[in-house]
Design a protein around this ligand. Structure first.
Ligand code: HAM
Length: 424
């Protein structure tokens, strides 16, 4: 019996890779124009890193982590998200000594033991960015403007930005106490999970998908009515600057996020096209996290996008792989030999060239050229060799040009280099 992959962990096959590469390349391009640099951190970390940062009572830490004991009896965990590992690296390498402000981005696989469904997997991929060292609300607005710039550029339109503020250690405890009191009065109407969470992680109840819980909490107290003056001023400045930058948003005072490190601004990019997995990107401010993990008191803000969800949204846009530039169709052993050398020379020159081997029929070779969506076909047979000219056919319009065999490599290079591939 053949061995299959693990449930919820997917292969990304060549037919789908163009969309992935496109999304990754655009992120590199756009994030770097905002001054972000890439950081790569391991996929496994000490378990304590996640329990301390994400929070002991969160779903991720309670139920979803891939945690193992290694051969030295250390508890290690496959990263369920990127913020904590990036902060760990930031502190460990004292990046704060190199610059007052660190702007970092990352991409790669994350792991959560969730029930797989469309848009939700056990190995999934995030592209994220973290800006450390600035508490100015303008940076919150700029991070969100960068995110919406990214969505505009990749052409994903069916998303909207929701924002909220989760307050800070000064004001959240008051709100939490008010909410606990409110939930206690509705205890019997809540699902068993929320009955349990009601006192340990009451904010999560607002986010519960169970209808009964949503109905029972429609008039729940709003965090936005409980912000301290500093958090309220920050939140209104974020909105002002989003308006200034023309970034549209809605305020959602029930958005709570599933990770404990957030303070002040939080946000999600949501879509109606992916069923219940509606968040395609999410993040917020985490002003206490760096210190919590043993670093200096530095504020931070960031987000992560779910790549699988972006790919699903990109869907019909059908990002095609770049076509092969030239296929060399051969007839006869001598021509095949010359074509082999020519193909390798062109490839070294940076031109995607292809050919078939083993004297296949011309029809079969042309079928393959067609499959590869080649822009040109070079007809190179022993007859052409004898005549001293090969025929180059431009597939878009069928036009043919004779190319002298003598110096054919240089001629093809200058012809193909001079062409703008996008206009073909
Ligand atoms: P998160 O909301 O847990 O936040 O995940 C961010 C995004 O990752 C989600 O909006 C979703 O698109 C994607 N995602 C999460 N879980 C899955 C899954 N099981 N399958 C597919 N996609 C998934 C964080 O991870 C924070 N670290 C974001 C952040 C960065 N906050 C500040 N900086």
């Amino acid at each position: 019996m053949s061995i299959t992959g693990i449930k919820g962990m997917n292969d990304i096959l060549p037919a789908d890779i163009s969309a992935w590469q496109f999304l990754e390349q655009q992120a590199r391009k756009i994030f770097s124009t905002y001054g972000c640099q890439e950081i790569r951190v391991p996929v496994v970390e000490k378990t304590e890193l996640f329990s301390r940062s994400i929070g002991e009572t969160t779903d991720i830490v309670e139920k979803e982590m891939y945690t193992f004991t290694d051969k030295s009896d250390h508890s290690i965990t496959l990263r369920p998200e990127g913020t904590a590992p990036v902060m760990r690296a930031f502190i460990q390498h004292k990046l704060y000594n190199q610059d007052q402000i660190s702007k970092l981005y990352y991409m790669g696989p994350m792991f959560r033991y969730e029930r797989p469904q469309k848009g939700r997997y056990r190995q999934f991929h995030q592209i994220g960015a973290e800006i450390i060292g600035i508490d100015d609300p303008r940076i919150d607005a700029q991070v969100l403007a960068m995110l919406s710039h990214y969505f505009d550029t990749v052409g994903i339109k069916d998303v909207s930005l929701q924002i909220n503020s989760l307050g800070c250690p000064k004001c959240r405890p008051n709100y939490r106490a008010t909410l606990i009191e409110y939930l206690e009065q509705r205890h019997d109407q809540l699902c068993p999970d929320c009955q349990r969470r009601g006192s340990s992680n009451p904010l999560r109840v607002l986010d519960c998908k169970v209808k009964g819980c949503q109905e029972a909490t429609t008039d729940a107290p709003s965090i936005l009515d409980h912000l301290c003056p500093e958090c309220a001023t920050h939140f209104s400045a974020v909105q002002q600057h989003l308006d200034l930058l023309g970034t549209t948003y809605q305020i959602n005072n029930r958005m709570v996020r599933g990770l404990d490190y957030y303070t002040k601004t939080t946000f999600e990019m949501v879509t109606n096209s992916l069923g219940s997995q509606n968040a395609v990107a999410a993040g917020g401010r985490y002003d206490g996290l760096v210190a919590e993990l043993g670093g200096p008191e530095l504020p931070g803000i960031g987000f992560a996008m779910g790549l699988e969800r972006l790919v699903l949204l990109l869907g019909e846009k059908n990002i095609q792989p770049a076509p092969a530039r030239i296929f060399i169709a051969t007839m006869g052993a001598e021509a095949e030999q010359l074509a082999f050398t020519l193909m390798n020379q062109l490839q070294r020159h940076g031109i995607h060239a292809e050919m078939d081997f083993g004297g296949k029929s011309l029809k079969a070779q042309l079928r393959r050229a067609d499959k590869l969506n080649c822009q040109y076909t070079l007809f190179l047979g022993d007859n052409e060799l004898a005549a001293g000219h090969a025929q180059l056919k431009k597939m878009a319009d069928g036009s043919q040009t004779a190319i002298a065999i003598e110096g054919i490599y240089a001629q093809l290079c200058s012809l193909l280099d001079a062409e703008d591939t996008t206009s073909l």
